[in-house]
Write a protein that binds this ligand. Sequence first.
Ligand code: PFF
Length: 453
Amino acid sequence: MTNREHFGSRAAVIMAMAGSAIGLGNIWRFPYIVGEYGGAAFILIYIVCCFMLSLPILLSEAVIGRRTHQNTFGAMGTLAPGTGWKWLGLLTIVTPVIILSYYSVVGGWSLAFLFKALTLSFRPENAEAVTGMFSEFSSSAWGPIACTLTFLGLTAFIIFSGVKKGIERFSKISMPVLFVLILVIAAYSITLPGSSEGVRYLVRPDFSKLTGDAFSAALGQSFFSLSLGVGTMLIYSSYVRKEEDLIASGAGTAMFDMLFAILAGFAVMPAVFAAGIAPAAGPGLVFETLPFIFAKMGAGGRIISAVIAILFFLTILVAALTSSISMMEVGVAYMVEEKKVSRGKATLGIFAICLVIGVLCSLSFGPLAGFKLAGNTVFNFCDKLCSNYLMTLGALLFSIFVGWKMDKESVRDELTNGGLLKLNGKIFPVLYFLIKYVTPITIAAIFISGLIG
Ligand code: PFF
């Protein structure tokens, strides 16, 4: 692995990891769940989940990646040769390919809606028709397929350009831009008349809503949001130099991800309440409710609302791209390092597989809506399979691997850079306890209770 690429700096590592983390999950799920489960009270348990359960898993992946400087499959082969752990390596190649396939459909929709915003389609005169635009578009065949293809093509182009020239450069430019964009949208949103109810929805602490459900929602959200159990954090860490501080990079990533999610809450919910609409999550929020709001607001300040609509869909597109590249890199690194194919061919191969699954996912909103897998459309099947099972399973196995299979001194060595990072040395016993006991037990409990019912 002598000529493997590396990220150039700590900032580059955090930008790339935060890029993977910050995505649709932050924009269309977090704001809604926060309101549903008790506002500020939920944010509190979310922060606890992030730092006590998710960060230890992120760091477990980071330890494996940086220790070996290899792809997920190769890393398992090096650390546990000749054992069944290679299946975990394979699992974390399959999962991101499936997620990327359906994520690209949504990425494609954001491309289409960016185009609609640019061509000023969200106008006050057709405010009523605007909410129907999404179902009309997504249930058609060719438009969404073309957009999925374009989104996957953009992802492939960045990945083909390499770790430094592709992933690092794109993340370093787009992450600061994303923060500026979401700040501008939030500033606009909270100044709308009637928006204060939306702010209250997000921050009013309601401890009575902190049930067991709220806890699993917090955990599920923080897993998906930090892209855990999929191998993306492992592969990015495999490009981190030996002298970087893994704990600082992981904590920085978790903090940026959380900050962006909270800002997204302030960008979305005040506008939703200002327009007098019931809050929702998922595609309906981003592609129906918000375009309707942009159209309605147009009456007050046409140019401003048109600009905000453009900025909003640009934000979604860029956030989705910084996540999608991390998913594609897992499979590409595997093909290049294990199957010895060129980066170009590997990228093309993963692109083609994702395109086939992506087309099926896209058609499941229209012509293939009646085709069901285990009672779900192809899109929903892929989503449920990954977010409810494969990601959780991957995360569980990563923490078991680092806590129980790897030798403790190697883990300490990796997280403290051979003892050089004194503060990390002090944190290590707590972190190791979390990795070894707290995370696997909690995840297993939630995973099993989910399986049972
Ligand atoms: N973290 C991304 C989001 O919040 O949208 C989703 C994601 C990215 C999941 C990368 C999995 C992954 F490998």
